[in-house]
Ligand binder design. Structure first.
Ligand SMILES: *Cc1c(COP(=O)(O)O)cnc(C)c1O
Length: 393
């Protein structure tokens, strides 16, 4: 008989594996050793000034009560217009677009609202940590396909995806540009995913939060644009990475009505609505600030190159970064064999914090040589990190 007031943690069993995150531990180590934090992927500079001003105005003008449940009309219209202009996909702002508390809530609400307990969701390893927790919240079952090394980057192991699909599979979650590996899935891999989704009649959730942040001429292709996919795809994106406002927690879902209705059913009882004054500001940014985003992309391209070179000079085997905030590097040439232990020691050793890719997988032993670094930091922060990486030599 267990007590309700003493003993082990009272956290429900299905969430216990997610109770603590590596990010908290690494951030604490970074603070303790005054390290440059290249672990957690958030920018340390602001988004477009005019967008920030619209948010201040919205507060000053009294837009401080519950916005409509689906989000303010101007943001839903801006999202629909943006998807149509950049991808050619049409969503009705009144019934096929939903504003959420960041991409994180969009993902959880989509799994809760569209996947029955006991049904299976396929993730591609390594995967963003919130996916597994969302599946656990829904009482669904996680299965995994995987990325495999391909030249200096990664590619989808299509056989592993085929093998992960069973009669109980309901949904595949795809993220490109990819956190943590910085892979931009090429069209051929997306076509393979689409063919499997169509032939097994599966839903697909595509997490496109890094849709603008692609490098070296790579192109982001939305799965929703491939043949047979629009009807079965839930598109998730967010202002966080596009406009450097990770604290605003303003994201959105675009999906056909029958899918969006499921997401909405869950969302309205998670949070009801998302932050009111931020919504007109993000609408403004989608309509007016894509030039700023292109400038951000160029700056990040330069920082990606700078960090990649520094990691190579530090002795790592650097993986290609095609997009996102990240570059991954293999520790083998440094004579190291355990990326988690390496990352725990790094803040004290050279004053830099980073994250082992193994924390994004169900098979840490297969991913124990790879470390994720972020370059989404101010020039002077990054320069300090780069200088310290040379201490590894
Ligand atoms: C940052 C991130 C998110 C979360 O976005 P929010 O809008 O801040 O909730 C979701 N997916 C991936 C892959 C991310 O890197």
């Amino acid at each position: 008989m267990s007590s309700n007031t003493a003993g082990e943690s009272a956290t429900v069993a299905r969430l216990r594996p997610f109770a603590s995150t590596i990010f908290a531990e690494m951030t604490e180590l970074a603070v303790r050793h005054d390290a440059v934090n290249l672990g957690q992927g958030f920018p340390d500079s602001d988004g477009p000034p005019a967008m920030l001003e619209v948010a201040r105005q919205a507060i000053a003008e009294g837009r401080n009560q519950y916005p409509p449940g689906r989000g303010v009309p101007e943001l839903r219209e801006a999202v629909a217009r943006d998807r149509a202009a950049r991808y050619g996909t049409e969503y009705d702002p009144d019934s096929q677009v939903l504003v959420t508390v960041g991409a994180t809530e969009a993902i959880s609400a989509a799994v809760l609202g569209l996947v029955e307990p006991g049904e299976e969701v396929v993730l591609i390893e390594p995967y963003y940590d919130s996916y597994a927790a969302a599946i656990a919240l829904a009482g669904a079952v996680r299965r995994t396909a995987r990325l495999v090394p391909d030249g200096d980057g990664f590619a989808l192991d299509v056989d592993s995806l085929r093998n992960a699909i069973t009669p109980r599979t309901r949904m595949i979650i795809v993220n490109s540009p990819h956190n943590p590996t910085a892979t931009v899935l090429p069209r051929a891999d997306l076509v393979a995913i689409a063919e499997l989704a169509c032939s097994h009649d599966l839903l697909v959730l595509t997490d496109e939060v890094y849709e603008h942040l692609v490098f070296d001429g790579h192109e982001h292709v939305s799965l929703s644009t491939l043949p047979g996919m629009y009807e079965r795809t839930v598109v998730v994106s967010s202002a966080a990475k596009t406009f450097s406002v990770t604290g605003w927690k303003t994201g959105w879902v675009c999906a056909p009505t029958r899918l969006l209705d499921g997401v909405l059913a869950a969302k309205q009882f998670l949070t009801f609505v998302a932050g009111g004054p931020f919504q007109p500001a993000v609408a403004y940014a989608l309509n007016n600030e894509l030039g700023w985003v292109e400038q951000l992309r160029k700056t990040l391209q330069h920082k990606k190159d700078q960090l990649s070179v520094a990691l190579a000079e530090g002795g790592f085997d650097v993986r290609r970064s095609d997009g996102s905030y990240f570059v991954c590097a293999d520790i083998t040439p440094l004579g190291e064999t355990d990326a988690a232990a390496f990352c725990r020691a790094l803040p004290e050793r050279i004053g830099v914090a980073a994250v082992p890719v193994s924390v994004f997988t169900d098979h840490p032993e297969e991913w124990n040589r790879l470390v994720r670094f972020t370059f989404c930091k101010r020039e002077e922060t990054l320069a300090r990190g780069v200088e310290r990486l040379h201490r590894l030599r």
